[in-house]
Design a binder for this molecule. Sequence first.
Ligand code: UN1
Length: 506
Amino acid sequence: MTDEIVSVIGGKQARNGTAGDAYDSVNPARLDEVVARVRLADAETFSSACRTAAAAQAEWARVPAPVRGRVIASAGRLVEANAEPLARLVTREIGKPYAEALGEVREIVDTCDFFLGEGRRLYGQTVPSEMPDKNLFTFRVPVGVAAVVTAGNFPVAVPSWYLVPALLSGNAVVWKPAEYAAASAHALYRLFAAAGLPDGVLNLVLADGPTAYEGLETALGEGTVHKVGFTGSTEVGRRIGELCGRHLQSPCLELGGKNPMVVMPDADLDLAVEGALFAGFGTAGQRCTSLGTVIAHESVHDEFLERYVRAVEEAAIGDPSGDVLCGPLLDRRFAARYEEYLGWIQPHHTVVSGPTGRITGENPRGGFTGEGGLYYHPVIVDGVRADDRLFLEETFGPIVGVTGFSTLEEAIGLANRPGYGLSSSIYTTDPKAAFRFRAGIGAGMVSVNNSTSGAEAHLPFGGNGKSGNGSRQSGVWVLDQFTRWQAMNWDYSGRLQKAQMDVAEI
Ligand code: UN1
């Protein structure tokens, strides 16, 4: 008997949805196993959750920020105490290898650790006035209600990047996770709710994307949502950006990536191969920070490729609860899209890593029978050209392209060409090359001698171009998403001093 999970609004289970709308979240490693039956909400349920959040927000904002920080601290402790079962659930629901899933849960704890302290800072400023006997101040004020829509590849850590700073800074939240990761989301919601958040301050709405969009449109019209946070595809991000723009709002968008790794002639090739292995095929290539293309200097290209192919051939693919590099794809719809890509690359490209496609039957690399799971061979394609679809588009699956270059300027041009700008990496022992790369790359994040994926929880995370609208998550920088600056001036001169007109003489 599989449990049914439902939305939680104002602290109460909200069963209303369109009759019969249930969604089965299945284990991608064995598609016959239903992890949870999800009762999907309708659009009205989404917009009513936003009204509930709006009603609860003012009181939450009156709770002193250090006290809100204590609630965040409790949430962090609860997540830490439940890290293993939560990570196991993530592995079971989306097929993320267990070590990575545990790392993901750790990232929530790190985020809570950081923001519990921010509750005691949340600084404003005192600013000098151009007039005597006058004080100027700035205050951070919460935006109001944040609607947060998240993807399922990071079903708990990435949502925490929104939830934690939004709640800490005095906002209420309506969170809509991906349906195929609903059980993990529900488990995280329960831990946060148990940390002492008043009813209505955090609401979970389980709905499909188009329904949530419709509910969001209504809520924006009703004025009950003041910030939208979205992690997902560039295509949907564009639609959300347009919708927010019509309501004069600027969302926080964390979208796709086609993340490059440049391998310079002086690179430590073993290190570069290790980085390319994890970035390309960890989480089965389904991170927004996953490696898209290796751009290897012509003098090391062949050697790099040979070692990379060998490393991929030796890597374990299989049951994600074991010690593997690559588990199954997240969900049927991602598998279908990935297969389309594979169908397209076959006639156009030279695959250098052996077989492609779904692994069925015996899999000697992972000691399991591939039958029944969404397992795919990792793919390396050599000789991608700058105008190839494979070079330009995010594939969101275990496929990495490789190309060559002769000068650093050429490599930077190639790295920027797809027009995304999330993560990037360079392997070199030359600091000049590393800093020139940093200055020339359009990405929001640059790694030197490290993989494109695996960001730390207190550095600004986010992208430019097709990867987002320049908003940043994590660390203090995300506070600019969930607070607005309020300016105050206080004149104690006892007369009307006019700015620009009554400037003090020396
Ligand atoms: C994502 O895939 O949406 O940098 C975020 C990383 C992770 C976050 C990825 N910590 O790989």
